[in-house]
Design a protein around this ligand. Structure first.
Ligand SMILES: [Zn+2]
Ligand SMILES: [Zn+2]
Length: 224
């Protein structure tokens, strides 16, 4: 009896393969751990269960919400021994090819004139985490920044690292920008935004972007 039920629910709704390291969401649906991690990383908008559209935003707050269901893991491993082992190898290879990069997006802020507090100098920036030794320009080709229309020009292309832009203005607004990655990463443009902060020295946020190693950059790895 349990075999029949497993046969019905054994596949992951994302990859349509045998569930590997199954995790269950609060809405009761089950996915591969790796598939769910990818879904969280690549979804810019509100996170919803692909089956029932339930709110899954709680998954973003902490990775501790993603715990493998041990009973199901063992059941699948026992029931589909060879296939589960193949999925394990496949998973391991995929994880080896995955590069997660933490981008820091934000702006610095200061008042250049003590007696004129309507003028704010700010620098919008996109950089790697401080402990990341990699060169950001090997990932990002260029960033197109759209400022408030009162700036001339209001559209600026940053095509060199460091990717930053300094202006003096009187008000806060949302900076819309598009990141274009180098073609070897085979990654579509990323459109996102930053709400300028005039609080003290500014503000920043972290954005994790997943890259897949290609044969080109795998070779680079072996050389280093
Ligand atoms: Zn999956
Ligand atoms: Zn669901």
């Amino acid at each position: 009896m349990s075999t029949n039920i497993l046969d019905i629910y054994r596949d992951c709704p994302f990859c349509l393969k045998l569930l590997f390291e199954p995790i269950s969401t609060l809405c009761g649906h089950t996915f591969c751990l790796l598939c769910m991690e990818r879904f969280i990383l690549t979804t810019e908008r509100v996170l919803q269960c692909p089956i029932c559209r339930d709110d899954l935003n709680y998954l973003r707050s902490s990775s501790s919400h993603l715990k493998v269901n041990a009973i199901l893991h063992n059941l699948l491993r026992e029931q589909y021994e060879k296939e589960y082992e193949l999925r394990r190898i496949e998973n391991e290879n995929e994880r080896k090819q995955m590069i997660k990069k933490r981008f820091i997006i934000g702006n610095t802020h200061h008042l250049p004139c003590d007696n004129d507090c309507t003028k704010h100098e700010w620098t919008f920036f996109i950089k790697f985490d401080n402990d990341d030794q990699d060169d950001i320009s090997e990932y990002i080709k260029q960033i197109t920044v759209n400022l408030h229309p009162t700036f001339t020009p209001s559209k600026i292309v940053l095509d060199n690292a460091p990717f930053c832009l300094t202006r003096i203005g009187w008000g806060i607004f949302t900076i819309y920008f598009t990141i274009e990655f180098h073609s070897q990463w085979n990654k579509s443009d990323l459109k996102t935004s930053w709400f300028l902060s005039f609080a003290n020295t500014g503000n920043q946020k972290t954005m994790v972007v997943e890259f897949q190693k290609t044969t080109d950059n795998l070779n680079n790895d072996e050389m280093s």
